[in-house]
Design a protein around this ligand. Structure first.
Ligand code: P6P
Length: 338
């Protein structure tokens, strides 16, 4: 990239497309539509305190979680922004129990979009950063029908993934398999401008992110690993620092830039039936693609996230993600018995 020039995300996406001689511009159009939706969600999130869209809708989503108006707004906006472009054959969202077919009045395309429209939304009223997460596959079935089968994939098959974090500034971070690049929204011109080219996560961090309130539900290996982090580190003579916002995109984004490890292990209260919380398709997979492209690692504790074959839209998975040396250290502890 030319140094010192102003690069918009639109221009960056076109330059990424040029790396694929057979590219038809379809993929570029899809990402452009996503950036428009991101700008409109950012506008609403940033004025939520003013306009009466804070508060519960009185409804709940497929997971029984109370739904905030901004969740609904973000979900509807992404669907409406993406369904008519002719780039997609099917969508699936955290907010919708089943797949979101492309209406018959619109042309269908060859891509699949999976997304969490507003992750961390329970934090909205407290003005804590929230985020949108997206994962894109190429349709694998023949024909143009909207099929769930095209959504149930292995993370390694993703052609793009990214997130938008709505914080002190709005940033969009994405990968198409050629590194990870971050863009900061300049609201005065309504453009995402390249601010973090080719993000690399430090091999080892000094931050761990986990909900310590769940400590009694952890398996023995996780307990030992977290206790290990609280001892003085041989290299620095200091323990790790705990940083946990409770908003996945915000916690992940900080650790991507600074280094560190985010952990949401399964609940082992019933060792025969460990219970995970985070979703594979539109939380773990896209962030795993990003972190690996940035030189990091994403694991369940014993398996690479991107190798897991999805079997359900809202399938949950333990997520251990961040600096490679930290995730590898966790894997050495995980599974240790008494
Ligand atoms: P807990 C938000 O509800 C979310 O899905 C993620 O954004 C976040 O990392 C996690 O749940 C927080 O969960 O159980 O620590 O409140």
């Amino acid at each position: 990239m030319l140094k010192g020039t102003v690069v918009t995300i639109q221009r960056h996406i076109v330059e990424q497309e040029r790396m694929f001689p057979k590219a038809t511009g379809d993929f570029t159009g899809l990402l452009w539509d996503l950036t428009l939706a991101a700008k409109m969600i950012s506008r609403e999130v940033n004025k939520a305190g003013i306009v009466d869209i804070i508060g519960l809708t009185g409804e709940s989503n497929v997971h029984g979680e109370a739904v905030k108006k901004l969740d609904i707004f973000a979900n509807d906006l992404i669907c409406k922004s993406m369904e008519h472009g002719g780039h997609l054959s099917v969508m699936a969202s955290e907010e919708n129990e089943d797949i979101i077919p492309i209406p018959n009045e619109f042309p269908k395309g060859k891509y699949v979009l999976l997304f969490d429209p507003l992750d961390g939304s329970s934090n909205i009223d407290a003005n804590v950063s929230v985020g949108t997460i997206f994962s894109i596959f190429r349709k694998k079935t023949a024909g143009s029908e909207s099929l769930k089968e095209d959504c149930l994939r292995k993370g390694v098959e993703q052609v793009a993934a990214g997130y938008i974090v709505y914080g002190s500034s709005t940033m969009m971070v994405y990968t198409t398999g050629n590194g990870v690049h971050g863009f900061t929204l300049d609201p005065s011109i309504g453009e995402f401008l390249l601010s973090h080219e080719n993000i690399r996560i430090p091999a080892k961090g000094r931050i761990y992110s986990i909900n310590e309130g769940n400590a009694n539900t952890w398996d023995e290996g996780t307990k030992r690993y977290i206790a290990h982090l609280k001892e003085s580190d041989s290299a620095t003579g200091r323990p790790y620092s705990l940083r946990y916002i409770g908003s996945l995109v915000a916690d992940f984004h900080r650790n991507l830039l600074y280094g560190g490890i985010f952990l949401y292990p399964a609940d082992y209260k019933d060792p025969k039936k460990p219970k995970a919380k985070l979703r594979l398709l539109y939380e773990a997979n896209p962030l795993a693609f990003i972190v690996e492209q940035a030189g990091g690692m994403a694991s369940t504790g014993k398996e690479r996230i991107l190798d897991i074959q999805a079997t359900e839209l809202h399938q949950k998975m333990p997520l251990i993600i961040g600096s490679k040396e930290d995730v590898m250290a966790y894997e050495r502890f995980f599974g240790q018995k008494q």
